[in-house]
Design a protein around this ligand. Structure first.
Ligand code: PLP
Length: 381
């Protein structure tokens, strides 16, 4: 690809290992459910991938259900909770739209669990809310992402889980952005269920997984065959799953490269800050090493993105699902930064990103900023 790709939180470039695994799987003829040799070969590909995905988050392979992506994995957890009697869902204020919208569409009541100015979920709110829980609302269910797609802010999921457990609650963790960018301990993070997506870690788009612990009651979401332990009928996406497994295996050995991005990112921010009074969203909390949410009051996000694009630098205005239609970021609004919600960009590195990419971003951003300033009407003295 020509240019500098810094939009890995939207989708990461496919890793060579994943591409090879996809191509190899496409050459197989078997249906993983067939009992003959070809079927068994296809089944082996699925189960090898399951082992690799499970190893990435340190859970038993038997608890991994493959889905069509992060969106479906989140939906499987939320809809299972509602099907098993949860009538009120507590949804983190900065969750991805696929979590919030699935909760709203589920028929259960939804309460938004607030975050502070750094984007961290308010644990006191959770404890207080659960202390007056109405038994008629069934088992408490809460969704809290491990890391945010726009700011990279890492949530205190283990502490949230402790609070929920005292009330027999279920914590669902969307780890779609965290996986591959930090060490994710699938059970240690407190998750009763946890969602992953292949294309955020260098696997193919359209594949994901849900892993579940003993306290989660999963429903049968798609009916028909008994695939995926009866939770999701339908012939498996063999090539997608193979690519997911290969990407998971590769990124287990790549965590240091991702961790190095934090210092490259900080150097880029320091360079920009020496010329422009930008603000870094979520800076007060723990963040993923690869993600930067940078706001400059008075410099619209879409203008920033377009200017950078002309310079060959690809970033986004926020969640990929909302790009194309530029709208102020609901994540920043939830953090109380409405003022900046229309002028923040997201810059996200990945497995293929170099230190020079972050440097080039900083230089291009400053050039765009200077041009923008020179075009602004002078304010009256
Ligand atoms: N959860 C988060 C935090 C995301 O960032 C995304 C995608 O942007 C999703 C879920 C949805 O994943 P998928 O695109 O695999 O459906």
């Amino acid at each position: 690809m020509s240019g500098v790709y810094l939009d890995n939180n939207a989708t990461a470039p496919v890793r060579p290992q994943a591409r090879e695994a996809v191509i190899a799987a496409l050459s197989l003829v078997g249906n993983p459910s067939s009992v003959h040799g070809a079927g068994r070969a296809a089944r082996a590909v699925v189960e090898t991938a399951r082992e690799a995905v499970a190893a990435l988050i340190s859970v038993p392979a038997s608890t991994v259900i493959f889905t069509s992506g992060g969106t479906e994995a989140n939906a499987l957890a939320i809809e299972s909770a509602v099907a098993s009697g949860s009538r009120r869902l507590l949804i983190g204020a900065t969750e991805h739209d696929c979590v919030t919208q699935t909760a709203l569409a589920s028929g259960a009541a939804v309460e938004i669990w607030p975050v502070n100015a750094h984007g961290m979920a308010d644990l006191d709110w959770l404890a207080e809310r659960l202390s007056v829980w109405d038994a008629a609302d069934g088992r408490p269910f809460a969704a809290l992402m491990l890391a945010n797609n726009e700011t990279g802010v890492i949530q205190p999921t283990a502490q949230a889980a402790e609070i929920l457990r005292a009330h027999n609650g279920w914590l669902h963790v969307d780890a779609v952005q965290a996986a591959g960018k930090m060490v994710v301990d699938g059970r240690g993070c407190g998750a009763d269920s946890l969602a992953l997506s292949a294309h955020k870690i260098g696997g193919p788009q359209g594949t994901g997984a849900l892993t579940f612990g003993p306290r989660a009651t999963l429903m049968r979401r798609l009916h028909g065959g008994g695939q995926e332990r009866g939770r999701r009928a339908g012939t498996e996406n063999l090539s997608g799953i193979a690519g997911f497994g290969a990407a998971a295996e590769a990124c287990r050995h790549d965590i240091d490269h991702l961790a190095a991005q934090a210092s490259w990112r900080e150097a880029a921010v320091a360079k920009i800050l020496s010329h422009a009074p930008v603000e870094v969203m979520g800076e007060g909390g723990l963040r993923l090493p690869n993600t930067l949410c940078l706001a400059m009051e008075g410099f619209a996000a879409d203008l920033q993105v377009m200017s950078l694009d002309l310079a060959g630098i690809m970033v986004s205005t926020g969640s990929a699902c909302s790009s194309g239609k530029v709208r102020p970021s609901p994540v920043l609004s939830a953090m109380g930064h409405e003022r900046l919600a229309g002028c923040a960009i997201r810059v996200s590195g990945g497995w293929a990103t170099t230190e020079d990419d972050w440097n080039r971003f900083a230089d291009a951003w400053l050039e765009a900023f200077v041009r923008h300033q020179s075009r602004r009407p002078a304010t009256a003295a």
